[in-house]
Ligand binder design. Structure first.
Ligand SMILES: [Zn+2]
Ligand SMILES: [Zn+2]
Length: 248
């Protein structure tokens, strides 16, 4: 596991529940697929400062520290500021970023989200703030899921990226929610009716599974309704998605 930039041995670390590889010589970091979206700005700063700069020879050909494939620049004019380079491994979809670029990247994304929040406008796309692999993006798929995702911020992607193919629809006074999870999980949904102030909690799956579906006739669909998915893995760890408005 050698650093793509300087060739020194990288260290395996766990930050915010994700495994990363970090080079304490040049400060470069290798994230697993979609991992760079989930790291907070503060942790990005810690990582970027964790370097000693003994001697750095920048390698001209950069290889993935995990599987040795050639790294190529991740192309997205929308997501990545012009002076920042993220290198992607097309085999494992990991992303390598130098210390300085990691800081610039997280700062730029944070500023962008603040801008949209401040002006109360939805983000034009998840791609505008997240580095997403092709596979992952296709899995998100449907327009419903896409528009829901626009409202989230990057730090909450961790819970969100467990949920795939989210589909919400209504028929008469029935509401149907279905989705998949990356790993088998127990699930429930919490509805909040902001018109009446009522909260309704509904079990979806009481045994771990990767396909979740629930219908309910308990809600007044004319009201202002919000929902939140609560997922529990086999070890009992609970993650929640952001509270979102039902797209009806
Ligand atoms: Zn290095
Ligand atoms: Zn790789």
């Amino acid at each position: 596991m050698l650093c793509p930039d300087c060739g020194k041995k990288m260290e395996e670390q766990v930050i915010e529940d994700q495994a990363i590889l970090h080079c304490t010589n040049c400060g470069g970091t290798f994230f697993e697929e979609n991992g760079i979206n989930r790291i907070s700005y503060n942790d990005a700063k810690l990582l970027a400062n964790d370097k000693n700069f003994e001697q750095i020879t920048i390698l001209s050909e950069k290889h993935c520290p995990r599987d040795h494939s050639l790294l190529t620049p991740y192309e997205s004019k929308e997501t990545i500021p012009p002076d920042v380079t993220l290198l992607e491994c097309l085999r494992c979809r990991g992303i390598f970023v130098s210390a300085n670029d990691l800081i610039f990247f997280k700062k730029a994304i944070g500023a962008k989200i603040d801008y949209f929040k401040l002006w109360g406008i939805p983000l034009p796309s998840v791609r505008a703030v997240a580095v997403l692999s092709v596979l992952f993006f296709v899995a998100v798929g449907s327009f419903t899921a896409f528009s829901l995702w626009q409202q989230q911020n990057v730090s909450s992607i961790q819970a969100e990226d467990l949920v795939r193919n989210l589909y919400i629809t209504s028929s008469n006074h029935y509401l149907l929610i279905s989705f998949r999870t990356a790993v088998p999980m127990k699930s429930k949904v919490i509805f909040t009716d902001r018109t009446t102030g009522q909260t309704i909690e509904k079990e979806i799956k009481t045994e771990p599974t990767d396909y979740h579906i629930v219908t309910t006739g308990d809600l007044d669909l004319a009201d202002e309704l919000y929902y939140q998915l609560v997922l529990t893995d086999s070890k009992g760890n609970v993650t929640k998605t952001e509270v979102k408005k039902l797209p009806l």
